[in-house]
Each structure stands twice: as structure tokens, then as C-alpha cells.
Design a protein around this ligand. Structure first.
Ligand code: HEC
Length: 400
């Protein structure tokens, strides 16, 4: 029992830290992007200043100036922005261990997709995380990233291909988390392995009385642009595990592909606006079309075992006894006042499915998690069949 309670608390602490650090990081990065774009040049600014901006906040006025690439002399005090990013990654990875690696059989593996052991799934997850980052880093260092549009398209195809592969190895939920973790890792590594080291080299040059190499700043900017466009998708992916219709339905990987495309499109709106250019309102038309497409795709139903496109047939009006039998045999070992499943000590999320009354009351939750999607049972650990899901779906649709 204690193991289970401790892991619950660790999950709370890491999640709290992760969300706060991510807010601080993304908040400051949005702030600096906005500031950068809104800088205006003016006669009479000090040497080396690219532009200035006036801002009002918290009862006072701020006069910001940006030196590119650096002021002539090192200021006596300098604030660095890096621990927001590092803390986001460290807490996120700790959370991933607690939630996904220590419960791999429930959340990382889906036996109906691929029958992995927890160790295999964990190694696959960690290995692909490291490999994907290395490939990205190699592509950037080879100079490919200088060709912005082809690089963006190549990067997009790379991420969609990874998503497709992950949804055929891991559970839907595990796959969404995996692609989110890869994007997050790339973003943090951009700060850790390039942006900050380059800034340190610039500072070292200044201290030595030399002119810093402008290439250092340029490479940093390149990575910061990547991070800008990856921010919105990574946040959707990280909260997607609360939405079974996104991660556990037939076209889950297409949904990710749309999200990955929408993020940059929406950022484009704000980037243009902050530059003081006319706002590209058309962006919201595309965003709305994308969201509608996601809603439609998410209604396609659960993926059938092994991806076979067999359409499970069910009676139009199943009897409640049929429904009850399915839920009691596939769900109630965990969702009961006293669960009998090893490692589960209270009904998960307080959802009880152990009597006809509880089943009736939770009809909508059952439908979303086990009929219209295959989120439950987790990893299909109790081996519910497509036919049984179809019975639940027919019953749920008669409930409204
Ligand atoms: C092996 C144990 C297990 C079995 C079997 C199981 N569940 Fe769950 N269920 C869980 C866990 C663990 C969670 C919490 C998931 C999380 O932390 O996101 C959960 C969460 C849920 C939720 C709440 C989802 C939410 O986000 O609010 C519902 C509803 C649910 N299960 C329904 C079902 C149904 C229906 C079945 C049978 C078809 C089922 N479960 C079978 C373990 C189980």
C-alpha cells in the first residue's frame, strides 16, 4: 500500500513542479519573442543597440533596449534564463518515470498493439527519445537548418513519421506522451546544448576584450525559432492524456499531425501581430478547420486489435444484463470499492463500476473511455474485445 501512496505523492509533486516550471519557461519565452519582434530602431540609441521598446506593467514603465550581438563591455550583473527550461525537463522526466515507466503495463504498453514487456517498452521509449534528439541535433549542426522552409517541412514529416511509428508500438496514450517528451527534450536541449553555451562564449569573448562571433548569436536565434513553433503542440500533447478521444481512437496519429501543423500556424498570427504587421486573421479559419477535423477524427471509434479493419457488429439495443456482464468482467477488478487488481488500492479516479447502479450512472464515462475509444481498460490489460466495445457503444448511444 505504501508504495502506491508514495508514488501518488511523487506524481503530485513532480507534476506541480513541472507545470510551474513550464509556465515560467514558456511565459518568459513568449515574452522575449514579443519583445524581440516589437523592438524599433531610432536615431540616437547607443552604439550596438538594435532597437528599443517601451512597456507598461505593474505600476511602472519599462524602457527596453536590445544589444546585438553584445554591449561593448560586460555589465556588472547579468540575469540568465535557463533554469526554467532545465527544471521543466528534469521534473517532466521524473514524472514520466513515475507515471509511465513504473506503470508501463498500464500506460505505456497496449498488448493489442504490441506485446512488450515493461522493460522493453521502457528501453524503447528512452532509446527513441535519445535517438530522435541526436538526429535533430545532427541535422541542425550539419547546416540543414539554415534552409528554413525545407527544414521545417522535413522536421514536420520526421515528427509525424515518429508519431505513426509510436502509435504502432506503444499504447495511444504512451505514444502521445512519447512524441510530446521528444519535442520537449529537443526544446530544452536547444537551451542546454546550444543557446546557453553560445551565450557563454559570447560573454567570454567580451571579457577577453574581443568581438564575439556573430555566428554564435545567429545559431542561438535559429533554435529559438524552432522552440517558438514547437511550444503550442508540446502543450497539447502533454495534456492529451486526459482526453481518451484524442489518444485512443483510430486516427490518433493523424490528430497529432494536425496539432503539429496548427501550432506553428497559430504562432504565426501572434508573431506577425507583435511585429506590428497586419494581423493574419485567416490563421483562425485554418485553426478552426483543424479543430473541426480533429473532432471528426476523434469520433472514428477505437482502433481494432492489431489494426485490422473489422467492423464489430453489435445488437442495436443490447440488454443491460449484457452491458453489466462486460463491465463487471473487464472493469470492476480495478473500479471497485476494494479493487482486486494488484497495485491498485482504491478505485482509479474514484470511478466505481461494480454494481448496476454505478454502471448506469457512469454511462458517459464508460462510453468515452471504453466504447468510443480504447483508453480503458488501460493497455487492454483485461482483453476486452471489439465486439464488447460495440455493445457498450450501442448501449451508451441509447442512453441520451
Ligand atoms: C487494470 C485496472 C483497470 C481496469 C481493468 C480498468 N481501469 Fe479504468 N482506470 C484505471 C486507472 C489506473 C485509471 C486512472 C488513469 C489515469 O490516471 O489517468 C482509470 C481511469 C478510468 C476512468 C476515468 C477517466 C478520467 O480521466 O476521468 C474511467 C471512466 C474508467 N477508468 C473506465 C473504465 C472502464 C469502462 C473499464 C472497463 C472497460 C476500465 N476502466 C477498466 C484502471 C483500470
Amino acid at each position: 500500500m505504501w508504495g502506491s501512496i508514495i508514488s501518488e505523492w511523487l506524481s503530485l509533486i513532480f507534476r506541480w513542479l513541472h507545470v510551474v516550471a513550464a509556465i515560467a519557461w514558456i511565459g518568459s519565452s513568449f515574452y522575449f519573442i514579443h519583445l524581440d519582434l516589437s523592438l524599433k530602431p531610432r536615431q540616437g540609441l547607443p552604439d550596438g543597440v538594435l532597437g528599443e521598446a517601451w512597456q507598461v506593467h505593474g505600476g511602472g514603465f519599462y524602457h527596453m533596449v536590445k544589444y546585438l550581438i553584445a554591449p561593448a563591455q560586460m555589465p556588472s550583473e547579468l540575469t540568465w534564463f535557463k533554469w526554467e527550461a532545465y527544471t521543466t525537463w528534469l521534473s517532466g522526466f521524473a514524472l514520466m518515470i513515475v507515471v509511465y515507466y513504473l506503470n508501463a503495463d498500464l500506460f505505456l504498453i497496449d498488448k493489442s498493439i504490441l506485446d512488450l514487456t515493461p522493460l522493453q517498452a521502457g528501453l524503447f521509449s528512452f532509446g527513441s527519445l535519445a535517438l530522435a534528439w541526436l538526429l535533430y541535433e545532427a541535422a541542425c549542426r550539419s547546416g540543414l537548418a539554415r534552409h528554413e522552409l525545407p527544414f521545417a517541412i522535413g522536421g514536420y514529416i520526421f515528427l509525424v513519421a515518429l508519431t505513426y511509428a509510436f502509435t504502432h508500438v506503444l499504447s495511444g496514450r504512451g505514444a502521445f506522451n512519447q512524441i510530446g517528451a521528444i519535442i520537449g527534450t529537443i526544446m530544452v536541449a536547444n537551451v542546454f546544448a546550444l543557446i546557453i553555451p553560445n551565450q557563454k562564449k559570447i560573454v567570454a569573448a567580451l571579457l577577453a576584450g574581443e568581438a564575439p562571433d556573430p555566428k554564435l548569436g545567429k545559431a542561438g536565434k535559429e533554435r529559438s525559432v524552432h522552440n517558438n513553433y514547437l511550444t503550442l503542440p508540446v502543450v497539447v500533447l502533454m495534456i492529451s492524456n486526459h482526453y481518451p478521444l484524442l489518444f485512443a481512437t483510430r486516427y490518433n496519429w493523424v490528430i497529432v499531425a494536425i496539432v503539429l501543423a496548427l501550432g506553428p500556424v497559430i504562432r504565426h498570427f501572434f508573431n506577425e501581430r507583435h511585429k506590428g504587421r497586419p494581423s493574419p486573421w485567416w490563421v483562425w479559419g485554418i485553426a478552426a478547420a483543424g479543430m473541426i477535423a480533429i473532432a471528426l477524427l476523434s469520433a472514428a471509434g477505437p482502433r481494432d486489435a492489431k489494426g485490422e479493419a473489422k467492423s464489430a457488429s453489435a445488437p442495436d439495443t443490447p440488454t443491460f444484463a449484457q452491458v453489466e456482464e462486460i463491465v463487471l468482467s473487464r472493469c470492476s477488478m480495478c473500479h471497485a470499492a476494494e479493487p482486486v487488481w494488484d497495485g491498485i488500492i482504491t478505485a482509479p479516479k474514484a470511478v466505481l463500476l461494480d454494481s448496476s447502479e454505478h454502471i448506469q450512472r457512469n454511462a458517459r464515462l464508460i462510453a468515452r473511455n471504453a466504447a468510443w475509444s480504447s483508453a480503458m481498460p488501460p493497455g487492454n490489460i483485461t482483453e476486452i474485445t471489439p465486439e464488447e466495445r460495440a455493445v457498450l457503444a450501442a448501449w451508451a448511444s441509447n442512453q441520451d
